[in-house]
Design a protein around this ligand. Structure first.
Ligand SMILES: Cc1ncc(COP(=O)(O)O)c(C=O)c1O
Length: 427
């Protein structure tokens, strides 16, 4: 059977960005069953015992409670399980001094779906035929944004400025406001903070500047806080969520230990939330109510926010310290390697300036020494212009054990040194 696909069918049946590489990684692991790989590719969070126990406890409460039937055996509101909306509103109003009502909150099946709704509700061809762009103000960013629009030409991202500390071998991306265009052709703006893959946290000033550029055009700015506070609080630097009239604060419970239940939360202006809710009703009615019910208990009790700062954040922060210290120890001082400042998320991002081979080739060479990373070029969705930097980076996951990360970094340093050396000899 070979059914004919529409343009949308064609687009949506492609694997985009990192998903295509994940397939290659799976095949590599399957084809080399006897070989021990140090796998530094996963984006899947580690199952931390305290976090698993929290979800187990609230599941038990749900199972023995009187509302089990009404949660699991009935459809609910598209906007989300009422008690969860209450819990989120109370928590945010108390924590951040807001005055959110039910109309400001939407619960979705994972946060990825928020971006799909927004990208297609606000980006793409308008009634008058004008192309409304989905603007990613700082590239690289989350690879999943590459797949959320049905209209690929609507997605546009901007090269960043690089803040380089050469002697420390560190760098940080910053939005390049001299290039960034947000105007009447913009449908929505989207970025992750903290950022997957780089761990960058845009400053509050940068965020406000972007939101202010978008405000005169009534353009929604979606801030993907999948790693942000209050949960999972995977920020290693001080940061607070930024709210505003045209800002949609988007959260995920995935990195707080619940990726299997698919819970995302969008908080924003009532009109924007209504549009996203209708999109959701048409697409899938609502998110899993079982997941929403246990999330309610974890948020309302304060336990999730507490575990986030006491358990989840230190776990990954300490892994980043290992990456940093082993690279500092084993990478040659005279090579132009730069680790992105580790400000959050569950990844480290390494830039190898003037790398003599591509990131994809480096990925293949590393596989040969038993180390799997993710080539960085998958993380520039929407960036059409040529830029050598796109092929000079890799993403290193912080989900492996301490020993694996340390050994992986040592092997990486050796391979990288050899690659630069060979090319120097060849010159
Ligand atoms: C930055 C970012 N946004 C969104 C998502 C999607 O998360 P969810 O499981 O909530 O759909 C991920 C998943 O890795 C992510 O890294």
């Amino acid at each position: 059977m070979n059914p004919a696909l529409t343009q949308f069918g064609n687009r949506m049946s492609q694997l985009t960005g990192v998903r295509a590489i994940m397939k290659d990684i799976k095949q590599t692991l399957q084809a080399n069953k006897g070989q021990q790989f140090i796998n530094l590719s996963p984006g899947n969070p580690v199952i931390l015992p305290e976090v698993e126990q929290l979800w187990r406890k609230y599941t038990e409460e749900l199972l023995s409670g009187s509302d089990y039937g009404s949660v699991v055996c009935r459809y609910g509101d598209s906007q989300g399980y009422e008690s969860l909306i209450d819990a989120v509103a109370d928590d945010f109003n108390r924590r951040y001094g807001l005055s959110l009502t039910h109309q400001n909150i939407l619960i979705t099946p994972g946060s990825q779906s928020i971006y799909f709704y927004a990208a297609n509700a606000f980006g793409g061809y308008a009634k008058n035929g004008q192309l409304k762009q989905i603007v990613l103000p700082l590239s690289p960013d989350y690879t999943g944004y590459g797949g959320v629009t049905l209209i690929p030409e609507a997605l546009i991202s901007y090269k960043p400025q690089l803040d380089i500390d050469a002697s420390a071998h560190r760098f940080k991306y910053r939005p390049d406001f001299s290039q960034l265009e947000i105007n009447e052709t913009t449908g929505c703006v989207l970025f992750s903070r903290p950022c997957n893959p780089t761990g960058n946290v845009m400053t509050e000033d940068e965020v406000l500047k972007i939101a202010n550029l978008a405000a005169p055009y009534d353009v929604p700015v979606l801030i993907d806080s999948a790693y942000g506070p209050p949960f999972p609080a995977l920020n290693f630097t001080e940061m607070s969520p930024v709210f505003g009239q045209n800002i949609v604060h988007c959260m995920s419970l995935s990195k707080a230990g619940l990726p299997g239940e698919r819970i995302g939360v969008a908080i924003g202006d009532e009109k924007i939330i209504q549009v996203l809710e209708s999109f959701q009703t048409n697409m899938c009615i609502h998110s899993s109510r079982y997941g929403q019910a246990i999330a309610t208990k974890a948020i309302a009790s304060g336990a999730l926010a507490e575990l986030s700062t006491k358990v989840i954040r230190p776990y990954y922060q300490q892994k980043f310290v290992i990456v940093e210290s082993i690279l500092d120890e084993s990478m040659p001082q005279d090579l132009p390697w730069f680790l992105h400042r580790g400000e959050g998320a569950i990844f480290a991002w390494l830039w190898l300036e003037n790398l003599p081979i591509t990131d994809w080739e480096l990925y293949q060479v590393l596989k040969k020494v038993g180390v799997i990373v993710v080539p960085g070029s998958s993380f520039f969705p929407g960036l059409r212009e040529e830029w050598a930097h796109k092929n000079q980076c890799i993403r290193i996951s912080l989900t492996a054990t301490d020993a694996e990360i340390a050994e992986g970094m040592r092997r990486l340093a050796k391979v990288v040194a050899e690659i630069y050396q060979k090319s120097a000899v060849a010159i």
